[in-house]
Design a binder for this molecule. Structure first.
Ligand SMILES: CCCCCCCCCCC/C=C/C(=O)SCCNC(=O)CCNC(=O)[C@H](O)C(C)(C)COP(=O)(O)OP(=O)(O)OC[C@H]1O[C@@H](n2cnc3c(N)ncnc32)[C@H](O)[C@@H]1OP(=O)(O)O
Length: 395
């Protein structure tokens, strides 16, 4: 119960877009005549003043304004509580309901006070906060693609979020692989910027789902995931992972589709699917048992055992481990040499190695995505995501 009641607050922390429908001045501002009483003029002015604000006051404030407005015009919350998965309406409902039996007049006064604290004078005196490093970047800069010396490098570039992959990033990676498959490069490399390789799927991909669109979103996410994994299965040139740090979830499972995996000795490999109420993807339900044997694969995929780079190497998931201090230098020296090899020969050899499995991998990918789609709609998955978020919120 406590977990559910904190979900609204947690969602606001994790999902800035959660309250998009409260975007200023979208808070419903139509005043009913019956609501107008003693301080009605001040209240009406405040409502109009709010429309003139130049700066978005932020979701927390908009939520307060929403609740006060509802209380001032309709009195205590009197509508049925929205379902647990209806995040936005539930968050709004919680805010309004939290005002209890606050009298309409007090709500009106509080609303007027709050709007006046957001007046242009306080607006102009307030400092503009610098955006976080990743926020400054347009979405396309979260996946940086460069091509030089026969190597196309696709770098996950969201270091402040441990290179977690947003839905836009999945699409950008698909696009980058499509371009790399026909560009002049000989080999393609995927790596991460900063300390992490990647923390896998951005968990706010789940919380950003608009209410009433959960099934449709899960269906679309299933298609996106299938296309994402297919672009690895079908990639025609040598594909190399340069795992510069810890790797979690989807970026680990797709390693079975890479041709070579180099890891820093700082890297770890973690697939916490059961903890998240989910199931394996990236064809790992097939590639992992094949690579490391069923019992080692089960420890990772069922029980989320985190492997060190050396363990992953011993089990065949990683090709070679390098000391962190020389990792970049050694790996890139080697890759530059590999990139000088005849490209057609490399392609043809890769085709020989991989072609017999392709059809099977497509079928496995499709099945994994169908199963996951069901998982995303399950209570187990939703409550596991909430558990993770609440644990991180340190509440
Ligand atoms: C309707 C359904 C729609 C679904 C759409 C899905 C689309 C396809 C799905 C494909 C299936 C993929 C599955 C997976 O990849 S499962 C794995 C998911 N990843 C995780 O569970 C990792 C979660 N993160 C962590 O455990 C830790 O953050 C980590 C160990 C990685 C790092 O810990 P550390 O203490 O070093 O750092 P912080 O926790 O403080 O994190 C720093 C900031 O980065 C943010 N962060 C980190 N990881 C993620 C993530 N995966 N998603 C979103 N954000 C992440 C974290 O919140 C911190 O941000 P703030 O500084 O803003 O708090």
């Amino acid at each position: 119960g406590a977990l559910v009641s904190m979900a609204g607050r947690l969602m606001r922390r994790w999902c800035p877009s959660l309250l998009q429908d409260l975007h200023f001045p979208v808070v419903q501002l139509h005043m009913s005549r019956t609501a107008m009483r003693a301080s009605e003029k001040d209240f009406e002015n405040a409502v109009n003043q709010l429309k003139l604000l130049k700066k978005d006051p932020g979701n927390e404030v908009k939520l307060k304004l929403y609740a006060l407005y509802k209380q001032a015009t309709e009195g205590p919350c009197n509508t049925p509580k929205p379902g647990m998965l209806d995040f936005i309406n539930k968050t709004k409902w919680d805010a309004w309901s939290a005002l209890g039996s606050l009298p309409k007049e007090t709500a009106r006064q509080n609303y007027v006070d709050l709007v006046s604290s957001l007046s242009p004078s306080s607006e102009s005196s307030s400092q503009i906060k610098p955006a976080a490093a990743d926020e400054k970047l347009p979405e396309s800069e979260n996946v940086v693609v460069t091509s030089e010396g026969g190597i196309t490098k696709i770098m996950l570039n969201r270091p402040t979020k441990r290179n977690a992959i947003t839905t836009s990033m999945y699409k950008e990676i698909i696009h980058a692989l499509k371009v790399a498959s026909t560009d002049n490069s000989t080999i393609t490399v995927i790596t991460g910027s900063g300390d992490y390789y990647s923390s896998g799927n951005d968990l706010t991909n789940f919380t950003a789902v608009p209410p009433g669109e959960i099934e449709e979103s899960a269906k679309n996410a299933g298609i996106l995931l299938r296309d994402f994994v297919n672009s690895f299965i079908d990639f025609p040139k040598p594909l190399i992972a340069v795992v510069n740090g810890p790797a979690v979830g989807i970026v680990v499972t797709i390693l079975g589709l890479f041709d070579v995996v180099y890891a820093s000795d700082r890297a770890t490999f973690h697939t916490p699917f059961s903890e998240l109420g989910q199931s394996p993807e990236g064809c790992s339900s097939y590639t992992f048992p094949k690579i490391m044997g069923p019992t080692k694969a089960a420890e990772m995929l069922l029980f989320g055992k985190k492997l060190t780079a050396r363990e992953a190497c011993a089990q065949g998931l990683v090709t070679e481990v390098f000391p962190e201090s020389t990792f970049q230098k050694e790996v890139w020296t080697r890759l530059k040499a590999y990139a000088k090899l005849p490209p057609n020969s490399l392609r043809i050899s890769k085709e020989l190695i991989r072609s017999t499995e392709k059809e099977k991998l497509h079928a496995i990918n499709a099945e994994e995505c169908t199963v996951l789609q069901g998982r995303w709609l399950s209570e187990e998955c939703m409550s596991a995501i909430l558990n993770f978020i609440s644990r991180k919120s340190k509440l």
